[in-house]
Design a protein around this ligand. Structure first.
Ligand code: ADP
Length: 407
């Protein structure tokens, strides 16, 4: 086909993509649309986006057409000694015909992803004079990457950079508004308590109660700030998963030992059982531990004196399943669909235990980042079971490219 016609078709395609990008502010959806469009307009085998962490002076993979999320989130590329790093530092596009001969290439990624790169184009993503990342396409399906591909990809990168910036700004302002709203209640009750404490006529008992209330609210504010930052990092994709192979039983036992003091205070038993021949799993151990601790902590908090918390696990197809079961207060059916929403707490649990309503949102983000899911079964007054499903191996499975129709 005539080079001008290819270019014209490509630009028509870019206009369609611009409309498509403007229609979402969800960063993950946006990045996936960009890489799928990049693969199509340049007819390449794969595309990826690396975002630049200016503070840490490194790049991390945020989306790729050929990699599953858990692998993706573990991949870090240094600024020095990598092609992507060179693109960021020099703010220039590169087109490479023979990838392995290029002295700038960073070999570790190919080993980790088992994807063989022959040729590539990499374009910096620049907004308001700041480099936010790099868009790369790998291996042209037939022939060689040419100037037309480079021009089309630069056009896409310009749109993508603006869309990424908009999505980040929106996400930040949305979350901050929510956080500030949630701060109002504890701050109001602290304000009221300090006002009352200044009154000379209050009794010793009232003083003690007010001080206790102040302490509880300040702990809650502290937990809220920590959890909020955790969640903001997870939601913006700035958390790296460090995948390793480990046995589950010792991890579950560690969680139970850590929680035992809290459970003992309320005379609650914790039981751990895992089949003897349990295969090791591949995941981020610390993050999975954070999820289990959160679920066990809830199972203790929302239990009754003398209650029971059972933790068990079993292999389930290509996944492993971890169950945390309690015979506590349970969750009303109408509350179940809202459980994983930020700041959501069941009304009745407000009186039972202090909480932030962020724990389950964090768990969901971590488990989804591993390509897994969490299910809940509960009956009010009987008890609750949270079941976590995690893929046993963090496999590299090519993702299908969703085609975007040509105009
Ligand atoms: P927090 O416990 O800090 O409020 P979470 O996000 O961990 O926040 O939980 C959200 C809400 O879900 C809790 O406030 C509680 O109402 C309900 N919940 C969670 N786990 C349980 C459980 N095991 N039993 C009963 N209710 C629960």
């Amino acid at each position: 086909m005539d080079e001008n016609i290819i270019l014209l078709n490509g630009y028509r395609h870019l206009v369609a993509i611009a409309r498509d990008l403007a229609s979402t502010l969800d960063l993950d959806i946006l990045l996936n649309r960009i890489i799928n469009a990049a693969v199509q307009i340049t007819e390449s085998e794969a595309a990826s986006i690396l975002l630049y962490d200016e503070a840490g002076k490194k790049l991390f993979f945020q989306a790729a057409t050929n990699l599953e999320t858990p692998i993706l989130h573990g991949l870090i590329v240094p600024i020095e000694g990598s092609i992507a790093g060179w693109i960021v530092l020099n703010r220039q596009t590169v087109r490479i015909m023979d990838f392995h001969k290029d002295p700038r290439h960073f070999g570790k990624i190919e080993k980790a992803t088992q994807f063989n790169t022959d040729s590539m184009i990499g374009v910096p993503l620049i907004t308001k004079d700041k480099v936010v990342g790099v868009l790369e396409v790998l291996n042209k399906k037939s022939g060689y990457f040419n100037e037309t591909d480079e021009n089309l990809l630069s056009g896409l990168a310009a749109q993508a950079a603006v869309a990424i910036e908009n999505s980040r700004l929106f996400q930040q302002s949305d979350m901050i508004a929510e956080f500030v709203h949630e701060l109002r209640t504890p701050l109001a009750s602290m304000g009221a308590a300090t006002y009352l404490l200044s009154k000379p006529e209050i009794t010793k008992k009232q003083r003690e109660q007010l001080l206790q209330g102040l302490q509880t609210e300040s702990t809650r504010l502290n937990d809220m700030a920590t959890s909020f930052l955790d969640l903001a990092r997870l939601e913006s994709g700035r958390v790296q998963f460090h995948i390793s192979k480990f046995d589950l039983l010792p991890l579950l036992e560690e969680c139970s030992i850590f929680m035992r003091t809290r459970a003992d205070e309320n005379n609650i038993q914790i039981e751990v059982s895992v089949p003897e021949e349990f295969p090791p799993i591949e995941a981020d151990r610390d993050k999975i531990k954070q999820v289990i601790m959160n679920l066990v902590s809830n199972a203790i908090k929302y239990n009754s004196k003398g209650g029971l918390v059972k933790i068990d696990a079993e292999p389930y197809k290509d996944e492993i399943l971890i169950r945390i079961q309690d015979n506590g207060i349970g969750i009303p059916e109408t509350a179940i669909p809202h459980l994983f929403e930020k700041f959501y707490r069941v009304k009745s649990s407000e009186e039972i235990a202090v909480g932030t309503g962020l724990g389950l949102s964090i768990c969901k983000q971590i488990i989804q980042g591993h390509g897994g899911r969490i299910e809940v079964h509960s009956e009010a007054g009987i008890g609750t079971t949270f079941t976590v499903f995690i893929p046993r191996y963090s496999k590299i499975v090519p993702k299908p490219n969703k085609p975007i129709p040509l105009p």
